[in-house]
Design a protein around this ligand. Sequence first.
Ligand SMILES: Cc1cc2nc3c(=O)[nH]c(=O)nc-3n(C[C@H](O)[C@H](O)[C@H](O)COP(=O)(O)OP(=O)(O)OC[C@H]3O[C@@H](n4cnc5c(N)ncnc54)[C@H](O)[C@@H]3O)c2cc1C
Length: 288
Amino acid sequence: MKKMNILQNVSLAGYSTMGLGGTAAYLVDVTTRGEVVESLAWAKEHQLPTVMIGEGSNIIWSDAGYPGLVMIDKIRGYEVYQEDETNVYLTLGSGEPWDSVVERSVAAGLTGIEALSLIPGTAGATPVQNVGAYGQEISQTLTTLEVFDSQDGTFKTLAGSDCGFGYRTSRFKAADHGRFYISSLVLHLTKGNPLPPFYGSVQAYFNQVASVNAIRNNADVSIDFALAKNNQGILFDLPLLTLQSKGLEVKINEPIMIPVEMTMGADRNFNHTVLMEFFDYLPTVAMP
Ligand SMILES: Cc1cc2nc3c(=O)[nH]c(=O)nc-3n(C[C@H](O)[C@H](O)[C@H](O)COP(=O)(O)OP(=O)(O)OC[C@H]3O[C@@H](n4cnc5c(N)ncnc54)[C@H](O)[C@@H]3O)c2cc1C
């Protein structure tokens, strides 16, 4: 096993699309399931808390930083492990970049996750909030996932039905927050094109071009992605006070429409609105 390179006092701004936050006491890239175990053992020995993250597209770190070991998920992998005339089962390393998984599966003529195109982050983070868009959710295609269970120190296989999935939530985000370290997942996709009904804007595009590229070219999605690329990521966990001070009427846990102009610098001029989810808390990792 190669020696792990544990870094000390690392700025967390580079580990969040928001580009904010203090420093991590320790930080390490994790590239294999063996390194998950090794990192956790090291942290335990030094009596430090741990958190595993992907690309930081749903994290806002606090200015106080993180007092323990931040594990960056770099466990790659994209493999067809089983297939027949209609079905394909894909095994993914948890650190595989999600949009490239979608891109490869669409290019291979598979359907099941195409509506989740252009969502930033890693494959392993998708079950955490049951990532979804345009009527598709990862819970619909996730059959199993492999996790390291910190409660008993073993790897386990969980069925999708064991994940406590709900609208943008799961047991990983709720009752079992911080317990599991996701290392791989298996998706069940099918061969062929997606079947209707689709979201209105996507259907209108399909009517014209009849292509799975409808999702990738859809205006709403593209603007989300442009924001992410420009490092001005849309806040999925929005502090109540900020929104109210901007004159918006907000209700706890209800979706809210926010004019894009409000989320972007004054020099940008998108005449568009984005439907955002609103939560009444910041991500737990931001507040160790
Ligand atoms: C512009 C923009 C558009 C977005 N659009 C959508 C959308 O349409 N739909 C949607 O559902 N979300 C959307 N999101 C939210 C975000 O893309 C997803 O939540 C994504 O899954 C986060 O992936 P990540 O790798 O960046 O996770 P991170 O932000 O790094 O981590 C998120 C959480 O998951 C945990 N986690 C990550 N990896 C692991 C692991 N291997 N094991 C255990 N826990 C882990 C972390 O500890 C943290 O609590 C969007 C975000 C942005 C910035």
